[in-house]
Design a protein around this ligand. Structure first.
Ligand SMILES: [Mn+2]
Length: 439
């Protein structure tokens, strides 16, 4: 077995668009419309400059509803570049580009290897000298949902690295996205590297001698749930050692949720909020949002949700004239912050401010104390938390979540849970206090 080097990516969703919550034009449009493509181009650049043996794509290369000639042609062009450098591409179809609806608009170059939708397949990988270096196994989604556990049938070829491609939610009970679990994958000891896809966030799940299991995430985030710099992984499998895994940050556009504390504003007005946001964004730009991309790739832009938070009298003003204030601030920030390089696109301004509260009053009041205790337990006690999550489950976005209008629903992650609890606490306290005052 010799050392091998490859790039693992997934969930490119070529042909889809970034969620930006507004109309754009000019050079901003060029960047936003091309970000998903640029990210994949960078993946290929990295494959070539690192002289990898091959590239793995673990599903959702295309976005079903928007698969287009442009996306297809772009992918082929990139693969032709890889072909010239002798790099092959191993690819499975996921829930967004299942094979049953796969229309090959254009013939793929010869270095693209797509796995079957009918059964688990194992493909032998040879290097430039004709030596067999790896066996890559995989299967493609037939339809949008895939309940078959064909990965259990992946073949093992001794003497080479064995790699398994799998597009999965990694939940045993999830019959839509290949029921599987980490333990199950770990127990299949013949598979050295599990190249997972479907979860859009980079996550290294297991690393040991001759083994690794990971999600590389999407190379370009498309909404606020995919915050921060995204990319792909460069992997080196070294005999009898732990694999070397580098996460390459590549995304030209980065989503960011930024809190704007209003607590310091005393007797102030909207101009004070404006100033705080401008100051914070200047600081952030000076530090390039604390993110540096791999190989000094440029960050072209940030898509930002500004979250007004904290307590103060100004909260009353915001709540009274909310729509107008938000719309005024939005226009102002678009005018001021789009001139920067990288630009800052204001996607949303979210009000989570509260009225000032006499903390003493809360501390001495049994009802408030109870409320604090419940919030604390929900946040910190895993059992409580699990029960709450089960109770809430999946929530329809139109009813509750105002943040991701473009999603049909969202799942409760840590961040959302935190926000809901804080908001609930706020509402209850304000309600109780106002009744107290009026009675
Ligand atoms: Mn998927």
């Amino acid at each position: 077995m010799r050392k091998i080097k490859f790039i693992h990516t997934a969930d490119l969703h070529l042909g889809s668009r970034l969620s930006v919550g507004g109309k754009y034009s000019g050079y901003i449009a060029e960047i936003l419309d091309n970000a998903i493509y640029s990210a994949f181009e960078r993946v290929c650049d990295q494959a070539i400059s690192n002289d990898v043996d091959f590239i793995l794509i673990s599903g959702d290369l295309y976005d079903q509803d928007s698969r287009s000639v442009k996306a297809n042609q772009f992918f082929n062009t990139q693969c032709e570049r890889l072909l010239k450098s002798g790099i092959s591409v191993y690819l499975i179809a996921g829930n967004h580009d299942p094979l049953s609806s796969y229309r090959t608009l254009l013939d793929p170059p010869e270095n693209i290897h797509i796995f079957s939708q009918e059964e688990a397949e194992t493909k032998k990988v040879y290097d430039k000298d004709g030596e067999m270096i790896a066996a890559v196994s995989g299967f493609s989604y037939k339809n949008r949902a895939e309940s078959r556990k064909l990965h259990l049938e992946y073949e093992y070829i001794p003497g080479v690295w064995n790699i398994g491609l799998l597009h999965t939610q990694l939940e045993l009970s999830n019959n839509n996205y290949v029921p599987a679990s980490l333990t199950e994958l770990m127990d299949m000891e013949n598979i050295n590297y599990w190249a997972l896809g479907h979860i859009h966030k980079y996550s290294l799940l297991h690393k040991a001698r001759n083994r690794a299991i990971l999600f590389p995430g999407t190379p370009q985030g498309r909404n606020m749930n995919e915050e921060g710099a995204c990319g792909a992984v460069l992997v080196e499998m070294i005999p009898e050692s732990e694999p070397e895994i580098s996460f390459l940050k590549l995304s030209p556009v980065i989503y960011h949720r930024i809190e704007i504390p209003i607590d310091s504003i005393i007797n102030g007005n909207v101009s004070d909020i404006q100033n705080i946001i401008i100051n914070i964004s200047n600081e952030l730009l000076a530090r390039n949002f604390n993110i540096s991309l791999h190989n000094n790739y440029p960050i072209d832009g940030f898509i930002v949700d500004w979250v007004l938070s904290g307590r103060g009298e100004i909260s009353r003003l915001i709540k009274k004239e909310k729509e107008e204030i938000v719309s005024y601030l939005h226009d102002y920030l678009q005018k001021e912050l789009l001139k920067n390089k990288p630009f800052i696109w204001t996607r949303k301004i979210i009000d989570r401010t509260g009225f000032p509260i006499d903390e003493q009053l809360i501390q001495n009041n049994p009802i408030f104390n109870n409320l604090e205790k419940i919030c604390f337990l929900l946040k910190e006690n895993p059992q409580f938390r699990k029960e709450l999550l089960e109770e809430l489950g999946l929530i329809w976005t139109d009813e509750i979540n105002h943040e991701e209008e473009d999603y049909t629903r969202f799942e409760l992650n840590d961040y959302n849970l935190q926000v809901i609890l804080e908001q609930a606490r706020q509402v209850i306290i304000e309600e109780l206090l106002s009744r107290r005052e009026s009675s």
